[in-house]
Design a protein around this ligand. Structure first.
Ligand code: NAD
Ligand code: ZN
Length: 277
């Protein structure tokens, strides 16, 4: 049963993060729940309706690309209508204010990137940046390492050509799915499926994790490997883990602080600077 995080735990977490040299923030599907997007596991998760092996494997795509695209297109459309929530914003602003924060996400929904852009350029309503760069800071440092790719990119199943694809996809037949501009073959979502390797991006995340005093994990069940190991790398290098999740996870026994609350409730007070900071 989830209970709200208490103030002293939040203060403890804030102190740790303020005094840490190097923070890696590892996020999962739970972060985007407060933006209206579903997780895979738990009540309301995608896997209640679909078995992962039917949808998120190369074999499934080979067997029925239209079905797989239909599922991704439903998620792409939901994500396109969603907005970064207060936790995405707080994480982006935290990474922009400091030069020793790296964001690594398992999410494929693009909301970290949107939050980073809006923190620097303002959102479509206010047009007012929330973080200024008079100190010469680098706006790119709030861009995440996307460990599992993003479903706004597509990749050719033959020649490997990769490109952005934000337009709606007609999933009514195999012929109307995206095809490669170069060789004409079918394009797939540029995401990592079960059984596929993660590539160099996970090595970068492990390297950052090993040099970070703290790993903040938000909204991940920490069961999907190797991404979940990012937190363990920090822990094994002598750093601490801080967790934000309404429920216990496999990493809870290793955590210095566990905030049992939703991301949008717990992350902003954890990452917002002191008045004099
Ligand atoms: P998961 O579904 O395994 O776990 C989600 C976690 O979020 C759970 O531990 C749950 O207790 C927690 N949670 C639920 N509501 C929350 C809230 N409001 N605030 C904070 N935490 C909350 O997801 P995972 O660990 O990211 O791993 C599974 C895989 O799911 C990844 O490979 C990822 O690519 C994929 N995925 C991505 C998205 C997305 O991009 N938005 C959505 C669904 C799944
Ligand atoms: Zn091609």
């Amino acid at each position: 049963m989830a209970v709200a995080a208490n103030v002293s735990e939040i203060d403890h977490g804030r102190d740790i993060l303020r005094d840490s040299r190097g923070v890696i923030v590892l996020t999962g599907a739970g972060l985007s729940v407060d933006s209206g997007l579903m997780t895979f596991r738990g009540s309301g998760g995608h896997w209640k309706k679909h078995r992962p092996e039917d949808l998120a494997t190369p074999e499934a795509f080979h067997r029925d690309p239209r079905l797989v695209w239909e599922w991704y297109e439903e998620r792409r459309r939901a994500a396109a209508k969603s907005r970064p929530n207060d936790a995405h914003r707080a994480i982006a602003e935290f990474a922009l204010r400091r030069d020793d924060v790296v964001i690594a996400t398992q999410n494929v929904d693009g909301l970290h990137t949107l939050a980073a852009r809006e923190a620097v350029m303002g959102d479509k309503y206010s047009k007012q940046p929330r973080v200024s760069f008079t100190d010469g800071g680098d706006a790119n440092r709030a861009l995440p390492l996307e460990l599992h790719g993003t479903f706004y990119n597509v990749r050719c199943t033959s020649c490997g050509l990769c490109r952005e694809h934000r337009d709606l996809i007609d999933v009514s037949s195999k012929e109307t799915l995206p095809h490669c501009d170069d060789c004409g073959s079918l394009m797939r979502p540029d995401v990592v499926w079960f059984g596929e390797p993660l590539g160099v991006v996970i090595e970068r995340a492990f390297d950052c994790a090993s040099r970070s005093d703290a790993c903040l994990i938000v909204g991940t069940s920490a069961v999907v490997q190797p991404a979940a190991n990012v937190a363990m790398v920090t822990h094994q290098a002598g750093g601490v883990i801080i967790e934000v999740n309404p429920n216990e996870t496999l990493l809870t026994p290793m955590c210095e602080v566990s905030l049992r609350d939703t991301a949008a409730m717990a992350v902003p007070p954890l990452l917002t600077p002191d008045v004099d900071g």
